[in-house]
Write a protein that binds this ligand. Structure first.
Ligand code: PEP
Ligand code: MG
Length: 418
């Protein structure tokens, strides 16, 4: 049982230099916890909506309305209540906020408040957050580590949003990071030798100074080899295509080429055969259920739904059979920890793999490392192995790993039936 004696929000800053919401909650026993809402750049149209001001200030992203909703709506409804579970707190949060989870306080505020409450329950119990989120873990999530950015995270320099590596043969998480960091360095050296090492994308991966997707993949495979690792044996590749971003007038527009949905899926399938690709996220437009089915049946890689599923348990239950094989889970896509956990449960029921994910706009908040461990996710995706807002999460995972006696990582996701 936790009695809330104070709840407040403040404007803090994310990795894109944009304001976001931090919520701080205090309990009757004098404990205080905090959490910060992240923000996406390539958001799904069905995501819960963050409350931002609009208008000319800070590109319309300031959060003064959300801060006011905290003091005017949430504070009076939540201070003084006693809750015994996350579910009960999240219900009170949503009831205070209105019938829609995103309205009127916004999914940014509910996400920060809900996560702060997870931390408070843990503190009250005298344990780490991962310990109250599920049964004692038997595995740690296997990381997807960004090597090169793209899409909306790199001014659309290349169409594909995320080129990540995925350690396959490493036997523990600390070795997995060493290998991924060697690949990151090797790819940096290769780009520099071409005169193309010109900074980083939003999630800390190298800037995609390449002419197309194949060149990016080639460069990463070369980096894996240069790091002394075998592509496809020691190190795989995960892609987030974020295809909605480059779908225009009925076609997928990639550089100077345009593809119909069928042609684009065929292209992705042949890319997945030619390179050691383990998973492909959002291969087609978020509304193209039939094209998702084609992707699942034609691509040798595991097909992941991010914008396609938006961490929404109802949508996860309802999408057509055979249209997706793993779910990306982001708390702020749905608004509370309870609903995101419901999405995990709904995904497991449908036989989907689980990838807990940070957002492209991030902060020092480390909650995702706890969620991924406590929920026994198959994978964790937080961006590259550079920049503090990313390494904060990887480093927290290393601490959790140590506390758990260096558990093995989850099995590499494979296509159901293969
Ligand atoms: C993603 O698409 O998986 C992602 C992390 O990016 P964003 O936060 O911009 O949606
Ligand atoms: Mg995505």
């Amino acid at each position: 049982m936790v009695t809330i004696t104070d709840i407040r929000a403040r404007r803090v800053w994310d990795s894109r230099g944009l304001p976001t919401i931090e919520v701080e909650i205090r309990s009757e026993t004098g404990k205080t916890t905090r959490a910060i809402a992240p923000a996406g750049a390539s958001t799904g149209r069905r995501e819960a909506v963050a409350l931002v001001d609009g208008g000319p200030v800070l590109g319309g992203k300031d959060v003064t309305h959300a801060l006011r909703q905290m003091s005017d709506v949430l504070y009076p409804a939540l201070v003084g209540i006693t809750v015994e579970s996350q579910k009960q707190f999240d219900r009170a949060l949503l009831e205070a906020g209105g019938p829609e989870s995103s309205s009127p306080v916004g999914a940014n505020t509910t996400t920060a408040a809900s996560l702060a409450m997870t931390h408070l329950f843990a503190q009250e119990a005298g344990v780490a957050p991962w310990q109250i989120l599920g049964d004692t873990p038997t595995t740690l999530p296997r990381p997807q580590i960004q090597i090169m950015g793209g899409g909306a995270h790199a001014a659309h320099r290349v169409a594909v949003q995320d080129f990540m590596v995925h350690p396959l043969s490493a036997t523990c998480i600390s070795d997995a990071f060493i290998q991924a960091a060697e690949v990151y360095r090797a790819v940096g050296d290769i780009l520099a030798a071409r005169g193309h090492n010109s900074g980083v994308a939003d999630e800390g991966g190298h800037w995609p100074d390449v002419s197309d997707t194949e060149e990016a993949l080639d460069t990463i495979v070369q980096g894996i080899t240069r790091a002394g690792l075998k592509p496809g044996v020691d190190m795989g590749i995960c892609l987030d295509i974020a295809a909605t971003q480059f779908y225009k007038d009925g076609h997928y527009v990639v550089g100077d080429k345009t593809y119909t949905a069928k042609e684009w899926v065929t292209e992705l399938a042949s890319m997945s055969s030619a390179f050691p690709i383990v998973s492909v996220e959002d291969p087609v437009h978020e509304d193209h259920e039939q094209a998702m089915v084609w992707a699942v049946s034609q691509c040798p890689a595991v097909i992941v739904g991010d914008d396609y599923l938006v961490t929404n348990p109802k949508r996860i239950e309802e999408v057509p059979n055979g249209s997706v094989e793993a779910a990306l889970i982001k708390v702020n896509q749905i608004g509370t920890v309870t609903e995101a956990h419901d999405a995990v449960v709904a995904s497991r029921k449908r036989g989907l793999g689980i990838i807990v994910s940070a957002r492209s706009g991030e902060t020092e908040d480390v909650s995702v490392a706890h969620l991924a461990t406590g929920w026994q996710a198959d994978m964790l995706k937080v961006g590259s192995i550079t920049r503090g807002e990313r390494t904060a999460k990887w480093n927290e995972l290393l601490r959790i790993s140590e506390a758990l006696g260096n558990l093995p990582m989850a099995d590499v996701l494979s296509k159901p039936g293969l």
